[in-house]
Design a protein around this ligand. Structure first.
Ligand code: SAM
Length: 418
């Protein structure tokens, strides 16, 4: 980023221009302007161009703020005690205790939570300084737009998972790297150290406490519901029609969400969903839809030979390279000339490429850190994806990558070319 004279004014001007554009869009579509107020509705599903405008404003504001703050204040403000108030609000179920459209006093909240009034006031006033809750009348807590998010079950699960699973894992990651510098086994992570766990993976450890699994699954499914994870990106951004009545095997296809979406739009295709036996055991096949289920671990040799496409959506990022190479190796005996391997997963921007705004890059790299701390798995840059195929077999010919507009996941493809 150039920091020539006038740079601050340049950023501020960008913010002004884009903010005018955003306000005009709100006005012409009768959408209320953003606000911290509890009655504020979150404007979602903007057209892509307007989403870009919002992202550019956010990005320029962050840059301007960080420059004006200077390194010391900027670094300190990013490690403030957010986890404390998020945990207290979640743990003591404070959001449902605060009436919508009204307020509650600190003594009443103290009585309902059993936490001292003084401690509650300190924690909530810090939250309020971050726009989580409001105190319009001194001594009385009311909702803000952000505190209301705790009333949405999926968001509440997300906050719960963050404070219970992610934050402790992040804090223990340095110790994990001291002990296990290779960082490629799911049993050797920050999560495992933070939880004193000995199971093969964080998920198997968490599985001992169903409430934690439920919370984590709730957080994940809320996350996957957004437009960025829509299955339309998969069905509409790949030439499925060209495959005619070919066979498509979906590795780690779970309960068939992706396969059903493809089969409904391309009914001639034959889809086979493979996942761990327990996952597919209870799944019902639908009549009139060409989707079959098969219990199969993707680490074992692929039993379906000669399919047109072997796809895998949102699975490879759960594994370190060592394991992804094993998954691809297990496919090799089943491939025929022209078989395609299609992976749908995130692609991190190469450093310095400017492919996405810095604020978006930070969001993506934050996911990557979560993958590291939970399971020593990873999000990958394009070169990392290419290197994976190259490491398995030179007969994989890299075909390319498509990043559908508005999608968090890209389509990456290699062809078997013996
Ligand atoms: C993040 S989910 C992705 C599910 C689905 N492909 C989607 O797009 O929503 C990862 C999937 O990998 C499956 N999985 C984990 N280990 C596996 C293995 N060894 N063999 C096959 N599937 C596995 C899980 O059961 C889960 O369904």
């Amino acid at each position: 980023m150039a920091t020539t004279p006038g740079h601050l004014v340049e950023l501020a001007t960008k913010i002004l221009e884009q903010a005018k554009e955003l306000e005009a869009y709100h006005a012409s579509n009768s959408i209320p302007l953003p606000s911290f107020d509890e009655t504020a509705t979150e404007a979602i599903n903007f057209p892509t161009a307007m989403e870009m405008t919002r992202a550019r404003i956010s990005d320029a504001c962050e840059q301007l703020n960080a420059l004006v703050q200077g390194p010391r204040l900027m670094a300190q403000s990013r490690v403030q005690a957010h986890v404390t108030y998020l945990d207290v609000i979640h743990r003591f179920k404070i959001a449902p205790k605060v009436p919508l459209g009204s307020s509650i006093s600190y003594p009443e909240l103290s009585e309902q939570t059993g936490v001292s009034e003084a401690a509650l006031r300190r924690v909530l006033r810090f939250a309020i300084s971050n726009h989580v809750f409001a105190e319009k009348q001194p001594g009385f807590v009311s909702h803000s737009a952000a505190s209301r998010l705790f009333l949405d079950p999926a968001m509440n699960d997300w906050f719960g998972s963050f404070v219970q699973e992610i934050a402790p894992a992040q804090l223990a990651e340095g110790r994990a790297l001291e002990k296990y510098p290779e960082a490629d086994e799911s049993s050797q992570t920050g999560y495992m150290i933070a939880n004193n766990a000995t199971e093969p993976s964080f998920y198997l450890h968490m599985a001992k406490e169903p409430a934690r699994v439920k919370q984590f699954s709730g957080a994940m499914s809320g996350f996957a519901k957004g437009r960025g994870h829509s299955l339309d990106h998969l069905t509409d951004s790949y030439p499925w029609a060209e495959l005619g009545s070919g066979t498509v095997v979906d590795l780690g296809g779970s309960t068939g969400g992706a396969a059903f979406a493809i089969a409904e739009k391309f009914p001639d295709l034959h889809l086979i969903v493979q996942d761990l036996p327990d996952t597919v055991a209870g799944v019902k096949e639908k009549s009139g839809v060409n989707v079959k289920f098969m219990g199969h671990s993707f680490f074992d040799e692929q039993p379906v030979h000669g399919a047109e496409v072997y796809m895998s959506r949102w699975c490879f990022h759960n594994w370190s390279d060592k394991y992804c190479i094993r998954i691809l190796n297990a496919l090799v005996p089943a491939l025929r000339a022209g078989s395609r391997v299609l992976i749908m997963d995130a692609v991190l921007p190469a450093i310095g490429s400017g492919a996405v705004l810095p604020v978006e890059e930070r969001r993506l790299r934050n996911f990557d850190i979560n993958m590291l701390t939970l399971s020593n798995s990873m999000e990958r840059e394009l070169e990392d994806w290419k290197n994976l195929f190259a490491a398995v077999d030179s007969r994989f010919r890299w075909k390319g990558v498509v990043q559908p507009e508005g999608s968090n996941l890209a389509l990456l493809e290699a062809v078997w070319d013996p």
